[in-house]
Write a protein of this length. Structure first.
Length: 135
């Protein structure tokens, strides 16, 4: 909150106005090198993604596809884009794709109670879609 170059740093007086959200990430698990299998090897709402290719890498948390109502292929493409790669990079067998889960804790209001977010439920409610189960 104070050293992210994308945003101005928070001032101490702002802390009482901010809703905090913290995600605790699991270990990364590499998914298939077979591009055809990749979209079916993670679950929207449960998993975040990370792609790696050479010096490029990009990570999107599990809530991102939920907030934008993405499907699995769009989530892969946007993670590639986040890494600075072409959106279809996930079709390249040399690109590594990892999935991970997260427990996300969020204040209901500034300084208020803390809840654990249920992204699968949010996806179903906000996007009008149920999550496709892993095969």
């Amino acid at each position: 909150a104070t050293e992210d170059p994308r945003f101005p740093p928070l001032e101490p007086r702002e802390l009482t106005e901010v809703i905090f959200e913290v995600s605790v990430l699991s270990k990364m698990i590499e998914i298939s090198r077979n591009p055809k299998k990749r979209p079916s090897e993670f679950l929207i709402g449960r998993d975040g993604l990370m792609v790696e290719y050479g010096f490029y890498s990009g990570l999107l948390l599990p809530e991102v596809p939920v907030e934008y109502c993405w499907d699995n292929e769009t989530f892969l493409a946007e993670t590639c884009f986040k890494a600075g790669l072409s959106p279809d990079c996930w079709l390249n067998e040399r690109v590594k794709v990892f999935r991970f889960s997260a427990r996300t804790f969020k204040e209901v209001r500034p300084g208020g109670d803390v809840i654990i977010r249920d992204f699968i439920k949010e996806y179903s409610t906000n996007c009008g879609q149920s999550v496709v189960k892993l095969r």
